[in-house]
Write a protein that binds this ligand. Sequence first.
Ligand code: FAD
Length: 323
Amino acid sequence: MSKNVLVLTEIKDGKLRNVSLEALTVARQVAQGGAVSAAIFGSTAPHFVGEVSQYGPEKVYVVEDEALDVYTMDGYTQALTQLIEEIEADIVLMGHTSIGKDVTPRVAARLDAGLVSDCTAVSIEDGTVIFTRPIYAGKAFQDKVFNQGKIFATIRANNFVISVKDVQSEIISYNPVIKDLRTVIKDIVRKTAGGVDLSEAKVIVSGGRGVKSGEGFKTLQELAEILGGAVGASRGACDAGFCDYSMQIGQTGKVVTPDLYIACGISGAIQHLAGMSNSKIIVAINKDPEAPIFQIADYGIVGDLFEVVPLLTEEFKKILTTV
Ligand code: FAD
């Protein structure tokens, strides 16, 4: 049965987030021939229309309101709710980002609809959309279907292949009524500047307590840089003060699904695995051959990370700078 699908795209640091492009690809699948629309919020929205159109929406709603330049729960909730009602969307998709996690449950509750969060796969059976999501910290997967009402879903980054479908999208300017904002954002201070976004990185070099110091993390940074990846950490490393908690991966940190996860000096506690066990390829470097991380690693290197990581960096440098 064809569905009217809306994707709320996200712009971060002046760039369209990859997970929004994944959501647009999923939207075409779940629409089953129905209409796919995209929404872009904020005064820079017009700059992104061309890029968004490459991913197949028939309509792009440009919500060029200054009140949406930075995320506020009130502003986004009002704008998204009104847009969904206006276009009578059946399915609303967003990335499982901080904003997606915050705004979708609020809007779903307002519209008396259901939400399935953190989807890692989507399939269709006899016209019914099946959303798959991890449960028990990634140990099992659960299928969710909706029998009635609107459907809200957030999708986990790096789990869907982005496909281009360049269309002549209809551009529609939409002006929701945004009022009574209870939050005023005066300034945004980032803990980490620049670099690759951990939650969307294709390669992550992650360090644990075995890295021993903040200085030790520079060794990992060099490997990450040559691979075009980001540096992550275990809670052990964060608790020890080697790095910032914004780098923490795991049950109480970020959940990541890179193509390559290199765990250096991380033992492999269940709480850490909850954040990275769905990575496509896992490489573990640990001097203890009995470390639990080896049980889920595709490739294991038993050795001192301070010897192994520089060797890897050197070899990757040779390969990647000569091709
Ligand atoms: P350790 O367990 O101390 O392991 C260090 C490893 O480094 C060892 O395996 C050692 O052999 C190896 N090593 C040491 N030196 C070297 C060297 N030179 N070369 C190579 N290997 C070396 N943890 C998370 O990571 N993320 C979470 O989100 C998280 N949430 C939690 C939530 C709760 C409620 C609780 C109770 C715990 C949580 N934890 C989380 C903590 C988790 O249980 C572990 O304590 C933590 O993951 C351990 O970090 P680690 O592997 O870096 O340290």
